[in-house]
Design a protein around this ligand. Sequence first.
Ligand code: CCH
Length: 286
Amino acid sequence: MSTTGDYTSVRAAIASLLKQPEYDDGSAGPVLVRLAWHSAGTYDASTDTGGSNGAGMRYEAEGGDPANAGLQHARVFLEPVKASHPWITYSDLWTLAGVEAVKQMGGPEIPWWPGRTDYVDDSKLPPRGRLPDGALGGDHLRHIFYRMGFNDQEIVALSGAHNLGRCHADRSGFDGAWVNNPTRFSNTYFKLMLEREWREKVLDNGVRQYVYYDEDAEEELMMLPTDLALTTDKAFRPWVELYAKDKERFFGDFSRVFSKLMELGIRRGEKGEVVNTDNVRGGYVS
Ligand code: CCH
């Protein structure tokens, strides 16, 4: 059993479960990053509700949101870590897992602080529909991410997480990976977005996405309509161009903005302690 507060031990346990030869591309990393993001991405700045505090996805109201389909795999991967570190809250574990997975997959170090609680007021769970819909465009991205308090540059930086993982037809309806090596964090997603000829494809399930056949890898890569909206929108595109050219800049910006995402709705006192323990209700407990 580990010592309370030993986050180094939690990180090591997360790192050691990433390799999953039977799962997807052989790594639990991408789905852990998505779990962290969806746990936090329900935040609404105007009502101060949602966010990673509370780990509401453990319950049907949030966990059963079709937008969260497939994330049970991520939660199951993390159960042994919770069992060997029972003192950590789920909300800290899920956010730390995303941060550690990015690092282990070759991405930047992301500042992370503990202290989230698992307190949930069932009657005040964030409503469904707060997470983005990949079938839509730039206006939708702004609607969703401005609500959380992000700007255009931050939207583009965050989207760079699609260097990782893949779409699953039985989860989102979309199908395929964005890049050839989807378990290695990089800026390839931005490069491909600009450099390849994407063509629209309607899948058998009626879902529309964009595809490009990569001759070298003999693999079809994909982009969501929301991904390509980053290249057609005048305000987003310069950031795509910058991140495609400058990997270090992308890594630095991604680190800062992912850290900000994990902190949405969490207020800290002078020593970094969390002072609002029931953010789900929008309350402020000191
Ligand atoms: Fe995403 N994402 N995401 N995404 N996402 C999907 C998969 C991943 C959108 C839609 C989808 C972010 C932003 C957006 C990841 C991280 C981030 C899928 C496929 C869809 C659809 C799900 C499936 O079928 O399994 C849309 C729309 C947006 C709008 O901006 C942000 C922000 C992040 C993190 C910073 C990761 C990682 C995956 C791969 C998951 C996996 O299981 O491999």
